[in-house]
Design a protein around this ligand. Structure first.
Ligand code: PLA
Length: 448
């Protein structure tokens, strides 16, 4: 922790941990004290009478509120889900083509996959993130298991670490994706934060990051966003990544990459894997959680992979044997459809090529939305420096709007976003930019 005084975010984190622990204690004590008649049919009260209503999820709850709004002007910039210029969800052509091929192949059956998932998918996923020529892959030092998208990969990796690693503390950036602390706490790890974002410069707090990781206990796990940091859109430069690598290796910290946006930040799959490959190139160990939700548009198919890069092939194969013991009682084995789509595309040169073109088009549209929003605010003379909109990268802009301004925008303009002021640029279109710019202009001039 970077200071003796707990920050509001650290306090929130402690509250979450207490909440999670409290929930399981409450369950235990109720099991003991429930009245013997309370479960009988016809008993007056439900055996769940004590259950308190939980709040909506801070990100997915935005969609719940959006769905209830009947205004024709409504716009959902909450969850990070790609939309076309027409505001519609997109299924990539190459994905449709792969699905048609799978459908036409009558030899395909619906048998269970192995616990670790589809073998082709796992091999190709490791190659995609680590690079086709990665020595770690050639030396068989990487174990890859198919998981339920990025979230499931983080969860399985977290639980493996809680069971088999000597350090239970994971450092996550401040701020980070809201689900990170919950996933890792439930997996059995203890969550701490390291400074990442500087609200004054709206850039990286590099000094703070180095200090906090520098004072982390040796061996601690460090969660890093591979690219397109969520929610800030702020990434370290290649030089800063190299300094982070040196610090992490010199202190024997264990890097755990969350790669949810490969190809979405720059439009280039290799460029967006730079940070991960830098760490693998030094021969050290690391974890990588991959998601195909955004870059292949497979959100609801829940396709992802966890790769663990080990020192030797022997360690990797023992690690894999233990990953199976984590997965089997959790969900037994992963679903077959989405992973088959990914494998079909990744193993065919033409389809792969087609995918990269469609991916680049999505990334370019997002970059274009940044420019349009920036120009629209400038032309309205909206007070403030909005250059961070074009400097930040990936799916989100961290606008700097406060929670009152966000509430105002939602109430008056029917535009939905998370209360931290994050907007999904992928949800915007040329048609809706002026409406958002009007809303932001009104918020910053009328709500302080
Ligand atoms: N890691 C990061 C950094 C993410 O932003 C997300 C998704 C995930 C992992 C998990 O994605 P997956 O399980 O669907 O592969 N974040 C979204 C959606 C896009 C969400 O919150 O679930 C977001 O709006 O932040």
């Amino acid at each position: 922790m970077h200071s003796g005084v707990a920050s509001p975010a650290d306090r929130r984190l402690s509250a979450l941990i207490r909440h999670l622990e409290g929930a399981s204690n409450a369950m235990d004590s109720d099991t003991i004290t429930a009245s013997p008649t309370s479960g009988f049919p016809g008993a007056r009260n439900s055996v769940f009478e004590h259950v308190v209503r939980a709040p909506e999820d801070p990100i997915l709850g935005v969609t719940v509120a959006y769905n209830k709004d009947s205004s024709p002007l409504k716009l959902n910039l909450g969850v990070g889900a790609y939309r076309t210029e027409e505001g519609k969800p997109l299924v990539l052509n190459v994905v449709r083509r792969a699905e048609q091929m799978l459908l036409n192949d009558s030899s395909r059956v619906k048998e269970y996959l192995p616990i670790v998932g589809l073998a082709d998918f796992n091999k190709l996923s490791a190659k995609l993130i680590l690079g086709a020529d990665s020595p770690a892959i050639q030396e068989n030092r990487v174990t890859t298991v198919q998981c339920l998208s990025g979230t499931g990969s983080l969860r399985v990796g977290g639980e493996f670490l809680a069971r088999h690693y000597h350090q239970r503390t994971i450092y996550i950036p401040l701020p980070t994706w809201g689900n990170h602390p919950k996933v890792f706490t439930i997996a059995g790890l203890s969550v701490k934060t390291y400074r990442y974002y500087d609200p004054v410069t709206r850039g990286l707090n590099f000094q703070g990051l180095l200090e906090d990781l520098g004072s982390a206990p040796s061996g601690a796990i460090v969660l890093l966003h591979a690219c397109a940091h969520n929610p800030t859109g702020v990434d370290p430069t290649p030089q800063q990544w190299e300094q982070i690598r040196q610090l992490i290796r010199s202190k024997a910290l264990l890097p755990f990459f969350d790669s949810a946006y490969q190809g979405f930040a720059s439009g280039n799959l290799d460029a967006d894997a730079h940070s991960v490959r830098l760490f693998v190139a030094d021969g050290g160990e690391c974890f990588v959680a991959q998601s195909y939700a955004k870059n292949m548009g497979l959100y609801g198919e829940r396709v992802g992979a966890l790769s663990i890069v080990c020192k030797s092939a022997d360690v990797a194969s023992r690690v894999e044997s233990q990953l199976k013991l984590v997965i089997r009682p959790m969900y037994s084995n992963p679903p077959i459809h989405g992973a088959s789509i990914v494998a079909t595309i990744l193993k065919d040169r033409n389809m792969f090529q087609e995918w990269t073109i469609e991916l680049k088009a999505m990334a370019d549209r997002i970059i274009n939305m940044r420019q349009q929003l920036f120009d629209a605010l400038r032309s309205r003379g909206t007070p403030g420096d909005w250059s961070h909109i074009i400097k930040q990268i990936g799916m989100f802009t961290f606008t700097g709007l406060n929670s009152e301004q966000v509430a105002f925008i939602t109430k008056e303009y029917h535009i939905y976003m998370t209360s931290d002021g994050r907007i999904s640029m992928a949800g915007l279109s040329s048609r809706t930019v002026p409406h958002l710019a009007d809303a932001i202009h009104a918020a910053v001039t009328r709500v302080v």
